[in-house]
Structure formats: C-alpha cells, structure tokens
Design a binder for this molecule. Structure first.
Ligand SMILES: Cc1ncc(COP(=O)(O)O)c(C=O)c1O
Length: 424
C-alpha cells in the first residue's frame, strides 16, 4: 500500500526511493495544524499515538476557557442559561451534525456519555418497534455497547441475538444477514471497530436492517471527526458517539446523540427529566416531552464539557472532513508500510485492513510481549494504547499526529523486540 498524500513540496526519499517520515511531514499540506495543539512541541512526549482514546487539547482553548470563566460564568452568572447554555445541547448538536455527521439540523443533541446515550437510544428503538422483542449486536462491539444491551435485556425481557465477527474483518453484511429475523427490533453496531479499525458498510447494513423491518443504531465513537459520515443520506435511524477522541472535547466530554426526524415521533427515550420537558421552569406536574430532539435531553447539560469541542469544530470546519480523511489514510498507510518493513519480520501481526476504503484512523498490531512493552513505551514518552485481546493500537489523529511520531514509535517497538529487556 503506498502512501497517497497531496504534496506541496517534493519528497527526497530514503535509499529505496520511498519518502521518509520527514519528507512526508514536509509535504503534508495540513502540517501547520499540528502547531495548533498543546503539547506537540513537548520533548518529553516523543510520540502520542492515542488520539483515538483522548485527543489533544487545542491552544485556542486557553483564551476560550478564560473568557468563559470571566465573561460567561463569572459575569453573566445564572443569566447564562437564558443567553445560550440552555439551547447548547441542540445548537452544538446541529454544528457537529453539519461538520461531521452529514445530518440536517434538529436531529442531534449533546448531553450525556456515550453509554447513557446508548441506553436511551436502544430503549427508544424498542418503543418504536413495540411488536418486536430482539436486540441484535456483535460480540466484537465495544464492552459498553454490549453491557448496555445486556442490561436492557435483563430489565425489559428483550432477547439478544449475537453476531459473531472475525476480529480482523469487522462486521460484514453476510454476518448481519445471517442473524436478523422477524423479531429483530434494533441492530447495534460500531462504524469503526475499536479493535481492528475496520470500517463497516453503514449504508448497505442499514438498508439490510430496514428490509427486515429493524432499526439501526450506529456507534460513531471512532469515526466522528476522522471519516466522512452521511447519516441522512444513508438512512440511519439512530447514532451516538464520543467527543473526546477525534472531536478533542477533553476527558469526559459529553457524547452526541442522533435520532432521525422520521423516527422522533415514534421513539420515546426512558430517562424523563426536567430538561427534556417542554416547560422546564414551570415546575409542572407530569412529564410532557419537549418537541423534537430536545426530548432526548434529561438533566442539566454539562456546559464546561462542551467548550473544547467547539474549538475543534472551528478547525474541522476550516480544514474539511475530506482533507482530514486523506491525511488519516496517509498516516495509517505509512504506519502499515513501517509495520511491513520493521515489525512483520519480528513476528508482529497486523489486524487492521490494508484496504484504505475500509480502514479507520488507527492500526492494531500484536505480539505476546506487547502488554509489558506498552508500559515501557509510556515511561519513555511514547504513548500508544493496549487493548486485550487485540494488542497495541496506534491511533493517528489526522490534524495532530506527524509521520515522524509514527516512525519513532514503530522504531522503538522494533528496537525493544530486537533486544528484549530481561524482565519481559
Ligand atoms: C466504540 C466505543 N463506544 C463507547 C465508548 C465509551 O463510552 P463512554 O463515552 O460512555 O465512556 C468507547 C470508548 O472508548 C468506544 O470506543
């Protein structure tokens, strides 16, 4: 797989004629954006390859945070609720929808964690399919998705149908077709597999589920902000995703949640709170849901947790999701070339697809020594993550990761495998 990146300068290449990491960084049309992030010039962190867990903060956030403290919270005090905070779940949701989800306004809110959003959306899907009793999910899905489904099954009596997937291919159309049935109410899948980075065929799987009369809920944690998404055009019913990965919202920033307009009247979420009521300050008796997507909000929105992602959205809107995807593919393509040359000969395996069309923004490699090795890497300022049983994930954030960081981490892994420490 060759690295395909629009260049602005001519790479020089190594002895094999292939561009080096330094060449690729020089030629990267988005290279200047790396300077927009705090810590990219910190010499003690020589490689941060975990933006798929927690994206870096932007420098622009420092004045944004200060202004929020001094001018909004500090000065406007409780008046801030009437001056914008109250509607922030919807206004920010609409912005995320336009910049990253391919969704029209009025279908997205930012409010709770991904876990709580999954709970609300799956329960809402069951209310929209009252004559059906099954939730369908794959065994390779992220633990919280599976646990929420198991909890809902225990709570409601719904049954679970499991899809068995090959960890290296992710969920395929045939896997889903083999399990969907006349009782299937909702199918819960991830767009990008958290283990291998495989990208599922959202439009085809969504159409298949609809042909069976089922709704589909997509977990977009690993795709929002890194891969173009077209929720409206693909006919998706429900979706949710984190904002602390490629939307750089910071630790614990709230998730977004999407319910298609077509479904909003039929789907009722289960956590009825005053912020989703149509008249929150009348202190009325009896819950009456607000119109539209607002009814999916329950309690007071975490306003401070929504600040950082707004600065990242400024950047995403400026660069455009297609250019971000091109850089992501160039980074993962380069990482795979480096893997082939330096790690495959040492017995390291790769579970990420080589085909860029079905590859997300991280690559996953494995070796029996990796659990111990990651602790060593972290100590030396090289930061990927380790997720058993998949192995090391190298998460490549398109706007903040350099090709040099990828090479530095892969060289360190090679060096360590070639001369193992006695304790490992
Ligand atoms: C695919 C996926 N779903 C869900 C989550 C986490 O959910 P929450 O934001 O509730 O912790 C993660 C976290 O990494 C994830 O990768």
């Amino acid at each position: 797989m060759s690295t395909n990146l629009t260049t602005t300068t001519t790479p020089h290449g190594d002895s094999t004629g292939r561009p080096t990491a330094a060449d690729l960084d020089r030629a990267d049309p988005l290279r200047h954006y790396r300077d927009a992030f705090i810590g990219t010039d910190d010499a003690s962190v020589r490689g941060y390859l975990d933006g798929n867990s927690l994206g870096r903060p932007l420098k622009a956030l420092v004045p944004v945070m200060t202004a929020f403290l001094e001018q909004q919270w500090g000065d406007r005090l409780i008046r801030g609720w009437d001056e914008g905070w109250m509607r922030l779940p919807e206004t920010l949701g609409d912005r995320i929808a336009a910049a990253t989800l391919g969704a029209a306004a009025g279908q997205t809110v930012v409010a709770d964690s991904t876990t709580v959003s999954l709970y609300k959306l799956i329960r809402a899907a069951l209310t929209a399919r009252p004559d059906r009793s099954e939730i369908v999910i794959d065994r390779g899905n992220f633990p919280t998705d599976r646990f929420v489904v198991e909890g809902i099954a225990a709570e409601t009596g719904a049954s679970i149908r499991w899809i068995d997937t090959d960890a290296s291919t992710g969920v395929r159309l045939d896997d889903v077709a083999a399990v969907l049935g006349p009782q299937s109410a909702v199918l819960v899948l991830s767009h990008v597999a958290y283990r291998s980075g495989h990208v599922a065929d959202v439009p085809a799987i969504t159409t298949l589920a609809h042909d069976h009369g089922a709704l589909v809920l997509w977990d977009l944690c690993h795709s929002a902000g890194s891969i173009p998404i077209e929720l409206d055009a693909w006919g998706v019913d429900l979706a949710t995703g984190c904002t602390y990965k490629y939307l750089n919202g910071g630790p614990g920033s709230p998730a977004f949640l999407y319910v298609s307009s077509a479904l909003q009247d039929a789907a009722t979420q289960p956590i009825w709170g005053w912020m989703g009521d149509r008249r929150p300050f009348e202190m009325a008796q009896g819950y009456e849901p607000a119109a539209g997507i607002r009814s999916f909000v329950s309690g007071t929105p975490p306003i401070m947790g929504m600040l950082a992602m707004q600065s990242m959205l400024d950047l995403i809107e400026e660069v455009g999701i297609d250019a971000i995807r091109a850089k992501s593919l160039a980074l993962t393509g380069f990482a795979i070339e480096q893997y082939d040359e330096k790690l495959a000969p040492l017995g390291v395996t790769l579970s990420t697809p080589r085909d860029g069309a079905v590859r997300g923004s991280h690559i996953t490699i494995d070796h029996p020594s990796f659990k111990a090795l990651v602790a060593e890497l972290w100590e030396s300022g090289l930061i990927p993550d380790f997720r058993p049983p998949a192995g090391i994930r190298l998460g490549l954030s398109p706007l903040s990761t350099s090709f040099a960081e990828v090479e530095t981490v892969i060289d360190a892994i090679r060096q360590s495998l070639a001369s193992p420490a006695p304790a490992r």
